[in-house]
Design a protein. Structure first.
Length: 249
C-alpha cells in the first residue's frame, strides 16, 4: 500500500520500511539512490553539524555536490546509531525512545508535510500531507500506532497517551518525514523523526534534524521520489571510516 492509500485510511506510516531490526545493507540503498542529503556532526554528543546535498545522473555515475555545507542542528544530546545499524561499529550510542538523539545511519526521505494545502504540486514532488489540528505523531510505545502520523479524529480507537500534536509545533510548518524505524517499528527505538525548520543555529531538537527554513524549502523542492532520496547521517569520523565501504560521495 502506498502513502496516498494510507492517507485515505487516515494513517500514514512514517517511512518506507527499509530499516529492520536484523540490520540494513547500506550499499544497496546507496546504489539505488540518485539523491543524498548528507549530515555530519563533529562527534556523537554534538548538537550541531553540517549538511550537503549530492546527486547523480544514474546509479553508475559519480556523485556531484550541488551546494556548499549548510549548518544544521540535531538532537539535544547528539546522535546515536539507529535501528538496523547497531552492528556497524562498536563505537557510539544506540538510539532509544526519548533519549534526545537523532538517528545515525541511512534513511529514506519519502513524505513532505506542512500546515497549508498543497496549492502548487510542481513545488513538491514527494507525497504531501497537510497537518490538521488532529494530526498526531505517536511516540507511545504501548500504542498500535507507535511511530506513525495519525489523524486521531479518524481512527477507530485512540490507544496512545503520548504524541506530538504536530499542527501546534511552529517548526513543523514545513518538513520531511524521515523513514526511520518504520515497518515494522521496533518499540522503544525512537519515533517521529523529521527534517524541519530550526529555531536558530544555537538550538537543538528532540531527535530530528533541523535547519534554515529557506534552505529546507529548497531541499523539499529538489527531492524527487524517482531518484529515491536518502538521508545519510553520521559523525565525521564514521563518515570517513565508512565512505569507501558504503560508496558515499
Amino acid at each position: 500500500m502506498n502513502h496516498r492509500s494510507r492517507l485515505a485510511l487516515a494513517v500514514l506510516v512514517v517511512g518506507t520500511g527499509c530499516q529492520q531490526q536484523t540490520g540494513v545493507s547500506p550499499r544497496p540503498l546507496i546504489n539505488g539512490s540518485e539523491q543524498l542529503v548528507v549530515v555530519t556532526t563533529p562527534d556523537w554528543s554534538s548538537t550541531t553539524g553540517s549538511m550537503r546535498r549530492f546527486e547523480r545522473a544514474n546509479s553508475t555515475s559519480a556523485w556531484q555536490s550541488i551546494d556548499q555545507p549548510e549548518p544544521v542542528v540535531v538532537g539535544r544530546t547528539g546522535i546515536a546509531w539507529g535501528v538496523g545499524f547497531d552492528s556497524v561499529s562498536s563505537d557510539g550510542p544506540h538510539k532509544k525512545e526519548g533519549d534526545g538523539k537523532s538517528p545515525a545511519g541511512i534513511f529514506p526521505l519519502d513524505t513532505v508535510f506542512g500546515f497549508t494545502p498543497l496549492t502548487s504540486p510542481q513545488s513538491v514532488r514527494l507525497p504531501y500531507v497537510q497537518l490538521l489540528p488532529t494530526t498526531d505523531c505517536v511516540d507511545d510505545v504501548a500504542s498500535s500506532h507507535y511511530n506513525t502520523v495519525v489523524d486521531r479524529a479518524s481512527v477507530a480507537q485512540v490507544d496512545w497517551s503520548s504524541a506530538e500534536h504536530m499542527r501546534q509545533v511552529g517548526q513543523y510548518e514545513i518538513g520531511v518525514i524521515v523513514g526511520y524505524n518504520a515497518i515494522p517499528p521496533v518499540k522503544g527505538r525512537g519515533s517521529c523523526i523529521f527534517l524541519h525548520i530550526w529555531s536558530g543555529p544555537e538550538s537543538h531538537t528532540a531527535g530530528c534534524t533541523a535547519f534554515d527554513e529557506e534552505k529546507l524549502r529548497e531541499v523539499i523542492k529538489w527531492l524527487d521520489p524517482k531518484k529515491r532520496p536518502l538521508l545519510v547521517q553520521l559523525t565525521l569520523q564514521d563518515y570517513s571510516n565508512l565512505r569507501t565501504r558504503w560508496m558515499l560521495p
